[in-house]
Design a binder for this molecule. Structure first.
Ligand SMILES: [Cu+2]
Length: 705
């Protein structure tokens, strides 16, 4: 086992939230608890991936494709359907399989908090929030109280036994009441992770990061700018056909706020350059010779990039009975991805070439008190989406018998490229969203809630522009190859949600039920293009891909379920916490369930709070999942329970030590959201469900100075 993970602590609320807090005292609109936040200072987290925290939140979970590749799932929707903001800005993944899913850019060691919007998110929260909204905030330090500069810092060191992993990081700030300079450095690495009967290969990882930032405030004005360089090295993603060689990214995020008497202006700008490499031979066993082809022919490397930028302008106006919010925002993402074979120079597939998606949005939102006991929130948004792709091509190197592909295959690829290039690739969508949420306080303990919304999402660039059957699907990890469809329609969801907040005498219960109807839901259906099918079958015969390629298609779907969070004070120091989540995802046009839906799950935890320490014992139970997608050939999983223990002790105001054990009884279990094994491993057969991790003893030390 190893050292402990680290984080830096920090603290603190950004000055802007102080200003916000002051104003909130002035205007209180009746409402329910519509977010759930996990703060890393209060919660001990073993894994390096912030997405793991979602497992502890009502309705949320993680589609795990690797230790640094966690894709957020909320109430059965995942991937691009869930909008994720890192410090208020969106980051478009560099990888066409979302190996660097957005939460990759908010590592646990730098995370201050992770917040989900429970249920229907306001239209001001993000551009495409059909599946929900998640906000990750990283430590930013705090301004001083006088004009004298002071130097502060936090060291966060952590480690866990399940993969001999460790993280070391330091956060430093130099600040007075007007200026705040900050810096952060982090390095983390781990070997392959263990499960009860072996280890998952490859699941090792290595990641380095540094941040530099500056904030300035004076009077009613506050400005900040941050630069991040993230360098992820080798990292295994056994659920996908390749592993990460590198994710090199430069992220810039700037924000300006003006706090007027009854107006607040917030302007944000972000720019991200991500370049990413992956292969099917550097961390896992390379392709082997088989009866039909030489292994060397099937080596693949893939270099992908994402250049994306965004802005938002929001004006919030205080009025007698609430707020008006007016905003415009934009996000512009351009993606390239090229597949090569290091054994065959001429071989290439231009997987995505200048595939871009631009969204310009405008919204109006109102939050108001209708009476002493009724609060209303409502808003509407219009998004204009423009997408396009440059022309594609491929050379499967048919003239080289040893490392090239048969001429017939190359001809089929050329035919598909020609079909793709001759279409109208440029697409424009006009999407309208709205939402309305009503809270009715019937007595001092009970507030009823009802919400309704229409939310839309334009297709991803993969769904529109994947032209040759490959697994570049934004991380679906179902083992199927897909092709896109440029003329897909946007998804449109209509949703209703009901619930209440009950808070009385140490008993707090927040249940919600929901129903979401999605027209033009995008999902893979058996491909009908004869060339796609024959090319795919030939590849299967040569030992690549899987039979029966799918094409992204508009279908009809529905999601429904419930989730609840609750806590019960069992005395001054003992708290019982319970969180339950249940969701169903079904096709409406045919009799099938949707793919990779979280099994029903239930967390029961007992927390004891001592004077300077706390102890928590937690049982996480997952039901079997037999509602699986026939279309995606999804396998069922059985239910299981794991027990986790964690403890924290504050040795002084500046020194805190946390220790924990995850999966205390080393329970062997299949993680339904973990995907199937795609890398040779003597412990796990190919294309079998990947197991959940075994026992992990972990710890962290946080030292503030
Ligand atoms: Cu990748």
């Amino acid at each position: 086992m190893k050292k402990v993970s680290a984080c830096l602590l920090p603290l603190l609320a950004l000055a802007s939230s102080q200003a916000l807090a002051q104003r909130i005292e002035e205007i209180v609109v009746i409402g329910v608890k519509d977010t759930h936040t996990v703060r890393t200072e209060d919660t001990l987290v073993a894994p390096a991936d912030t997405a793991q925290l979602l497992k502890k939140m009502p309705g949320a979970n993680i589609n795990k494709n690797g230790e640094l590749t966690g894709i957020a799932q909320y109430r059965g929707m995942y991937g691009n359907r869930v909008n994720i903001a890192i410090n208020g800005s969106k980051i478009s993944s560099g990888g066409p399989n979302a190996m660097d899913a957005p939460l990759h850019y908010a590592p646990v060691a730098l995370l201050e908090s992770l917040t989900i919007s429970r249920g229907i998110a306001p239209v001001s929260a993000g551009q495409e929030t059909i599946g929900g909204q998640i906000d990750a905030v990283t430590y930013a330090g705090e301004f001083g109280r006088s004009d004298d500069f002071s130097f502060d810092g936090r060291a966060y060191l952590g480690g866990q036994s399940v993969n001999q992993g460790s993280v070391s990081s330091g956060f430093f700030s130099l600040a007075n009441d007007n200026h705040l300079f900050r810096g952060f450095v982090m390095t983390e690495q781990a070997d392959d992770s263990d499960f009860a009967d072996g280890s998952i290969t490859p699941s090792e990882y290595q990641r380095d990061r540094f941040d530099l930032g500056y904030s300035y405030r004076r009077g009613d004005h506050e400005f900040s700018i941050d630069f991040t360089r993230n360098n992820t090295g080798d990292a295994g993603t056994a659920a996908l056909p390749m592993d990460i060689q590198s994710v090199d990214s430069d992220l810039i995020n700037a924000k300006y706020q003006w706090f007027g008497d009854d107006l607040t202006l917030t302007a944000k700008f972000s720019m991200n350059e991500i370049s990413h490499g992956m292969s099917n031979f550097h961390l896992r066993r390379p392709p082997q010779d088989n009866a039909v082809t030489a292994g060397a022919m099937r080596y693949r490397e893939n270099n992908a990039s994402s250049d994306n930028s965004g802005f938002s302008l929001k004006l919030e106006q205080d009025v007698d009975n609430g707020y008006w919010r007016y905003g415009i925002d934009g996000h512009f993402a351009d993606h390239d991805s090229r597949v090569t074979n290091p054994n065959a120079g001429p071989f290439f597939i231009s997987n995505f070439n200048g595939a871009d998606k631009s969204i310009l949005g405008v919204y109006l939102e109102r939050e108001m008190t209708l009476s002493d006991s009724i609060g209303l929130e409502a808003g509407a948004r219009y998004n204009r989406v423009n997408m396009d792709s440059d022309l594609v091509s491929a050379n499967l190197n048919p003239t080289n018998v040893a490392t090239g592909m048969p001429a017939m295959l190359n001809n089929m690829a050329a035919m598909l490229a020609k079909q793709f290039n001759s279409q109208n690739l440029e697409q424009k969508d006009n999407n309208i969203d709205w939402f309305s949420r009503l809270s009715i306080k019937t007595n001092s303990n009970l507030t009823w809630y009802v919400g309704a919304a229409r939310k839309s999402r334009s297709p991803s660039y993969q769904e529109r522009y994947l032209w040759i059957p490959l697994e570049s699907t934004g991380g679906l990890a179902d083992g199927k190859t897909y092709v896109g469809n440029a003329s897909l329609d946007p998804e449109v969801a209509h949703e209703i949600e009901l619930g209440f907040d009950w808070e009385s005498n140490g008993v707090n219960i927040y249940p919600r039920i929901f129903y979401k109807d999605v027209s033009d839901f995008i999902q893979g259906m058996p491909a009908s293009n004869a060339t796609v099918n024959s090319l795919s079958q030939m590849m299967v015969n040569m030992g690549m891909g899987a039979p029966g390629p799918l094409q992204f298609t508009n279908v009809e779907a529905k999601f429904f379920g419930m989730d609840v969070e609750s806590n019960f004070a069992l005395g001054d120091r003992l708290i019982l916490r319970a969180i339950a989540s249940a969701v169903r995802g079904e096709r409406k046009d045919v009799n099938d369930d949707l793919y990779r839906i979280t099994p029903d799950n239930f967390i029961l935890a007992l927390d004891y709070l001592g004077n300077n320490w706390m102890l928590s014992v937690e049982n996480m139970s997952y039901a079997k999942q037999d509602k699986v997608s026939a279309t995606n050939f999804e396998l069922e999983t059985s239910g299981y329970s794991v027990v986790n223990i964690s403890s924290e002790i504050n040795l002084s105001d500046d020194l805190e030590i946390g220790l924990g054990i995850d999966n205390v009884f080393d329970k062997k279990h299949e993680d339904h959201l973990g995907g199937y094994n795609r890398a040779f491993n003597s412990d796990i057969p190919m294309r079998e469900r990947l197991p959940g991790l075994g026992t992990s003893v972990y710890g962290r030390v946080i030292w503030r100075f």
